[in-house]
Ligand binder design. Structure first.
Ligand SMILES: [Fe+2]
Ligand SMILES: [Fe+2]
Length: 306
């Protein structure tokens, strides 16, 4: 008995073959948008912040997105907000600024979308939600690090986008087999393609000379204990990713069930709040409570964004 054009005949690729495909794939964006966003987030001065409304007004699609966000149910306003000044008033400059900075990244990635069998809209929700929550996790620390965290959360799963563009048949098969599979997504990626999305993402970011912190997040976000550098950032992204998957907001393409205990007891917590100090347990408990509240507010925020 023969099956016509069985997709299972697809062979895994070597690391070199995948690297070559990533370099030659014309559909993959240059990621210049990430560098620009990082530069602007890190070096934006007060002058810029006060001009934020002016910057947004110049971009009609961003204006529309922001107004939709502010008018979403979450804010429960009796009359709709029609101006950017009002939006800044309700959302706060920080959230507006983050949104302004990362919109080009999302738009860069959205150009790759179009595969009917994968829900990209839900995937963007997963990425943006993870970005927002990564920032929230970092904010619970005593000495929060800079705003690279937001971009790191946004691009943590970039390997899936790169894989879908450079190796579409493998990507299709990996996600086609997802239903009822007894293996994890990472196991299927390794078996079918030869590398998982963490490795592919790190390879892609590295080839575009993006900062090591982003490369480490892509590489270790499912195993933060393996990160020799930027461990706090990697740990924060792991927690944010697990929270998003537990809440079932958006979809990362990873259908494995994530229980509340998975994010509440993740190994990442020991990296963020190392045992030993007397206050570590108390701080951890407070952080978890804060994050639970953030998670409750998130769905409506995202609804307006993507
Ligand atoms: Fe992932
Ligand atoms: Fe993820």
């Amino acid at each position: 008995m023969t099956t016509a054009a069985a997709p299972t005949s697809l062979r895994p690729l070597t690391r070199e073959q995948i690297e070559k495909r990533l370099k030659q794939c014309p559909r993959l964006p240059s990621l210049g948008s990430i560098n620009t966003a990082l530069r602007e987030l890190l070096h934006a001065d007060q002058g810029y912040t006060s001009q934020v409304a002016e910057v947004i007004r110049r971009d009609p699609s961003l204006t529309a997105r922001l107004l939709r966000l502010v008018n979403s149910a979450y804010y429960g306003l009796s009359s709709p907000v029609n101006s950017i000044e009002e939006a800044v008033f309700y959302l706060g400059v920080r959230r507006i600024r983050q949104l302004v900075m990362v919109t080009p990244i999302i738009e860069d990635f959205q150009r790759l979308a179009g595969k009917a069998s994968f829900s990209w809209r839900e995937f963007w929700q997963h990425c943006i939600g993870t970005a927002i929550l990564t920032r929230e996790v970092i904010s619970t620390l005593r000495a929060p690090i800079d705003e690279v965290d937001y971009v790191a959360g946004l691009v943590h799963d970039v390997g899936k986008i790169a894989m879908a563009s450079a190796c579409p048949e493998h990507f299709e098969l990996i996600h086609h087999r997802a239903e009822g599979a007894s293996t994890t997504l990472i196991e299927r990626e390794r078996e079918i393609l030869g590398l998982d999305h963490c490795e592919v993402g790190a390879m892609y970011l590295r080839s575009h000379n993006l900062p090591d912190a982003l490369v480490d997040v892509a590489l270790y976000h499912h195993a933060p204990q393996r990160a020799a550098h930027h461990a706090q950032l990697v740990a924060a992204v792991q927690i944010a990713d697990l929270m998003m998957r537990h809440a079932g907001i958006g979809h990362s393409g990873n259908g494995e069930r994530v229980n509340a205990t998975d994010w509440l007891q993740a190994t990442a917590w020991d990296i963020l709040f190392p045992a030993g100090s007397e206050s570590a347990e108390t701080e951890k408990t407070l952080a978890r409570a804060t994050l639970k509240r953030s998670l409750e507010r998130l769905p409506t925020i995202l609804e307006g964004l993507v």
